[in-house]
Ligand binder design. Structure first.
Ligand SMILES: [Zn+2]
Length: 325
């Protein structure tokens, strides 16, 4: 996904407009840009740095107000109230949320002196509430990367990745890095990264985040090398034959700095515990394995040396965390 974003013209233009170095990958440059802006905002304030106060503080700095709506009826009330106040950008709020929009940020058209410049309405209907922490960050990333000050609105829609607007996909990628603020994860780093530890950190430090978002975001913020793999049956390119492959691979910054190279779509080595868990020999398994076991049919190899691999079955796929301290 990131490779496609890196070559996308909208994303390249955004990186250029933000004044980022043209040599690097636009996506990682935009992630770094947002991380350093958030870090700077936090350094200017003396606050208890837990995840909800960080979120509120960044929202205040970016001049937006979060409004959570839990039901269709509540959404309609909010819509009426804002439309009466002249905020016509929210005239279709209820219909848009009913159609799957997860969050909307609009520029206040009739701003009073005591009001914030933007309004971010967050869809918390039913199961969308689980995503609200991430949606709030998604909305903030729009404002962190805003280059056109005259832009009136943004909408976060929940549609499958392939059909998603590149800018929307980028906001999710950046939010995945920024929502899990690394200094909050660091105190846990003397221990080994496991599924249990991720859940423990989520519950203690990011209680508003969903388990899915934490599973992706905490390994990213981990200060030691970590690689997250989702393995499922998938076809080889130009073939219909299904094999167990790494359909998603996420290498964290510490692993990249350590020279780890791993890309998606590689076939899972048959002697890996990931295979063992997939075939049902165990629901969970753990082993020390070499990244170099992963070899594609054209001879390309993953690089990175030994990792502890922890694999667990999740529905029709296997989730694995590779880590080392
Ligand atoms: Zn958006």
């Amino acid at each position: 996904m990131t490779e496609r974003l890196n070559s996308n013209l909208t994303i390249k233009t955004l990186a250029y407009d933000l004044g980022l170095p043209p040599k690097g990958d636009p996506v990682s440059e935009i992630v770094k840009f947002c991380q350093s802006r958030v870090k700077k905002m936090l350094s200017e304030m003396d606050c208890t740095q837990d995840s909800s106060s960080i979120l509120s503080l960044v929202a205040a700095k970016l001049d937006t107000e979060f409004i959570e709506v839990a039901t269709a009826q509540e959404t309609l009330q909010v819509q009426k109230q804002f439309v009466t106040a002249g905020e016509t950008g929210l005239a279709q709020l209820q219909r848009e949320f009913a159609n799957g929009v997860l969050g909307i940020t609009v520029l206040r058209l009739k701003k009073k002196p005591f009001e914030r410049k933007y309004i971010s309405v967050i869809n918390c209907w039913g199961r969308s509430a689980e995503r609200s922490y991430f949606t709030k960050w998604h909305e903030l990333i729009h404002l962190l990367t805003l280059t056109d000050q005259s832009r009136l609105s943004f909408r976060r829609t929940h549609v499958v990745c392939d059909k998603k607007d590149p800018e929307e996909t980028l906001m999710d990628v950046v939010a995945g890095h920024v929502a899990f603020h690394p200094p909050l994860v660091k105190p846990y780093a003397k221990r080994n990264l496991s599924f249990e530890l991720i859940e423990e950190i989520r519950a203690a430090v990011f209680p508003e985040a969903s388990r899915t978002a934490a599973m992706i975001g905490i390994p990213k913020a981990w200060p030691h090398p970590a690689v997250l793999i989702r393995a499922a049956l998938a076809p080889k390119r130009f073939s219909s034959e299904l094999q167990l492959r790494a359909t998603e691979v996420s290498v964290n910054q510490a692993a990249t700095d350590d020279g780890v190279f791993a890309i998606r779509n590689f076939r899972v080595p048959e002697d890996s515990v990931i295979h063992e868990v997939f075939t049902g020999k165990a629901n969970r398994a753990e082993a020390v394995e070499e990244m170099e076991q992963w070899i594609s049919s054209d001879g390309t190899q993953w690089v990175g040396g030994e990792f502890v691999v922890r694999a667990t079955r999740m529905g029709d796929c296997v989730q694995a965390i590779l880590s080392r301290n």
